[in-house]
Design a protein around this ligand. Structure first.
Ligand code: NAI
Ligand code: 13P
Length: 338
């Protein structure tokens, strides 16, 4: 399988950065945005000034708002629309059966509590799916700084073809067949990054942050396994890798939002009129609901949902988390374990 032409759907920061990475890898790339005026502006200025300012886009990187033109003769569609808009965006395309779809969105759909691959399986059951996820701030990747991600597809040949299509010396996709594990890592880390931000905003200290990352990883792993993913995937780039990045950097929008919540600002005031997406805000409720249905214990995710959606103040949530009984660190490591 050879991948030469790539259509990137979604011209936010990450879609634009990934279009650039694919272009650097030698692919023919078309970047699609739903707004004609944005397509005109990017074509004219060769810059996505709203979402990825300061990064020059090559002349032969095509930009369009026409769905048919975007996917015309594409070998693969890279989906980089925010999770809550993925379904609507896809419905404006006539996607031929068999065309591979790679999701790079990190979220769970609020109206259905479905992961992106579940949305794709429902809408486009005849198209093979893959996931691109991992520690990757768009600005750094676009600037050509070294970045490694997980590229997961149940079909090994597709995963290998995608690695070949996107890989360069500085953009390094590592293959996996565990699509579920990879997408869960990306979606859950956004919620955990909000929690880490709250910890930072409340000045609870570095010890607390490390504890939160580690216990958060345990939550993400339980959730991934319950959905059919593999625990080892969460030990990789799309799991612990992305958690380390976004739980410790103010470049993360999720972490920064959490930090402002932790300092006492109101959610509405923080979200304001920013055009950028903070995926964890939408995913938290769905994650908590889905975890409850699956009977997976996720106290940190539940706490973030309580702060965001039930008006509980961060101090109360922290107190509750600290009042939980402590026990064995791993379920299988108690005295009865062999
Ligand atoms: N920015 C980053 O560093 C990274 C982002 N991601 C993920 O990529 C996905 C896209 O995020 P970004 O590119 O950062 O977005 P962004 O925050 O840069 O831009 C927002 C995007 O949402 C689109 N949008 C807003 N309302 C919409 C609607 N009603 N219908 C369709 N699209 C709409 C905008 O056109 C724009 O493309 C998210 O799931 C995010 O978690 C993943 C890795 C890195
Ligand atoms: O997913 C990301 C980095 O891997 C981007 O994180 P934020 O959405 O929190 O900025």
């Amino acid at each position: 399988m050879t991948i030469d032409r790539i259509a990137v759907l979604g011209a936010g920061a990450w879609g634009t950065a990934l279009a650039l990475e694919a272009h650097r890898a030698g692919r023919k790339v078309t970047l699609w945005t739903r707004r004609p005026e944005q397509a005109d502006e990017i074509r004219r200025s060769r810059e996505n000034a709203v979402y990825l300012p300061g990064i020059a886009l090559p002349d032969d990187l095509a930009v369009t708002s026409d769905p048919a033109e975007a996917i015309d003769s594409a070998d693969v569609l890279l989906l980089v629309v925010p999770a809550q808009h993925m379904r609507a965006a896809l419905s404006s395309f006539e996607i031929p059966p068999g065309l591979p779809l790679v999701s790079a969105a990190k979220g769970i759909e609020n109206t259905t509590d479905k992961t992106m691959s579940e949305v794709l399986a429902e809408m486009l059951p005849d198209n093979p799916a893959a996931v691109l996820s991992g520690p990757s701030f768009a600005g750094e990747a676009a600037a050509g700084k070294p970045t490694a991600v997980t590229l997961a597809a149940p079909d090994e040949r597709l995963a290998l073809a995608l690695i070949e299509a996107f890989g360069t010396r500085t953009f390094r996709p590592y293959g996996s067949t565990d699509l579920v594990g990879a997408e869960v890592g990306g979606a859950v880390k956004n919620v955990l990054a909000i929690a880490a931000g709250i910890v930072a905003g409340m000045e609870l200290g570095e010890n607390a942050r490390a504890a939160l990352i580690t216990r958060g990883l345990a939550e993400a792993t339980r959730f991934a396994v319950a959905l059919g993913g593999r625990a080892e995937t969460l030990m990789g780039l799309s799991g612990i890798g992305d958690l380390v990045l976004t739980c410790s950097s103010t470049t993360s929008r999720n972490f920064s939002l959490g930090a402002r919540l932790g300092k006492g600002e109101a959610l509405e005031a923080i979200l304001g009129r920013s055009p950028s997406v903070v995926e964890g805000v939408f995913t938290a409720a769905s994650l908590h609901r889905r975890a409850r249905t699956l009977e997976v214990e996720m106290p940190i995710a539940e706490g973030v949902d309580a702060v965001l959606n039930r008006g509980i103040d961060p101090g109360t949530v922290v107190k509750e988390l600290l009042s939980r009984p402590v026990g064995w660190e791993f379920a299988d490591a108690g005295p009865s374990a062999s």
